[in-house]
Design a protein around this ligand. Sequence first.
Ligand code: ATP
Ligand code: MG
Length: 337
Amino acid sequence: MSERVLLQIKDLKKHFDLGKNKSLKAVNGVTFTIFKGETFGLVGESGCGKSTIGRTIMGLYNRTDGKVIYQGKDVHKLDEKGRFSLYSQIQMIFQDPYASLNPRSTVSEIISEPMIVHGLYKNKRERLEKVYHLLEEVGLNRDHANRYPHEFSGGQRQRIGIARALALDPEFIIADEPISALDVSVQAQVVNLLDMLQEEKGLTYLFIAHDLSMVQHISDRIGVMYLGHMVELTSSPELYSNPKHPYTKALLSAIPIPDPDIEEKRERTILTGELPSPINPPSGCVFRTRCPAAMDVCAEKTPAWQEIEENHYVACHLFEEKRQDSPSLKIKEKQHY
Ligand SMILES: Nc1ncnc2c1ncn2[C@@H]1O[C@H](COP(=O)(O)OP(=O)(O)OP(=O)(O)O)[C@@H](O)[C@H]1O
Ligand SMILES: [Mg+2]
């Protein structure tokens, strides 16, 4: 199993210092592993810390505490040379390809830049051949090389972003909401492209999205985040058929089911209350202020991150209690679900 591990995140914390003794706990103790060749979906509402995790993995942010171990190495302890080489193995794709592509550079210049920085394909002709090859791989063609980003559609621009991310033949791609800004019809095309590239190149993806429906079909495993914490993690089919955490259940019940009979009959969990601030998160379980199943203990203790069934991790007092077979709990669960 350990040979399959690409990345280990151990109790990772990233707090932003806001001055005046205040800090924003963007990521507050997250633990998970990414295996080689898989697509790991990371979901949760806006502001829960998804992008911060991506950036901290890349070493773009220093961690506050915890560890990011990539291929056995602590990324925050790498020297300059190690960091530089890490950047050729891990690449990012962003939500807004327009904002992440320099408008004054041609597509060829954009895709060549990482090669020049890393001293690869030093011969100009060779580099241009690589650019053409990458353009074809992402479903564009060599005629696009001398055009500028504004001459492309959103989907095509995302393809340029993907070509640039592939320029150094990385093994791991962090895709931060890569399809959220695209038309629904184009989303599927970009997802199919990512899928095909993964198969061809054996890539590993961390796929970030705010909506569970977006990651369902792409991901092998999914982690659900809430206010700086991971609350549940399991395989994609298991998460949809057997969700445990009340927050996951609420997210799932927000996804419409195309069959009107099922849609009409099913019960919904609608979250009430506002999302608390990560500057002053609730005590104990951060979800308790919006949780339909909250108990007294939830205000007192942070629930432990535990594997409650094989490969199914949850941080929730309902399941800590369940292990002790609390009868009161069963009643509570029935009432709410
Ligand atoms: N550089 C920064 N300085 C201070 N606070 C930050 C910084 N970057 C992010 N934050 C805060 O950290 C929290 C998590 O932000 P992050 O961008 O990781 O969320 P996200 O889950 O990616 O959200 P979205 O779905 O909107 O992209 C937010 O409250 C955000 O305001
Ligand atoms: Mg984000």
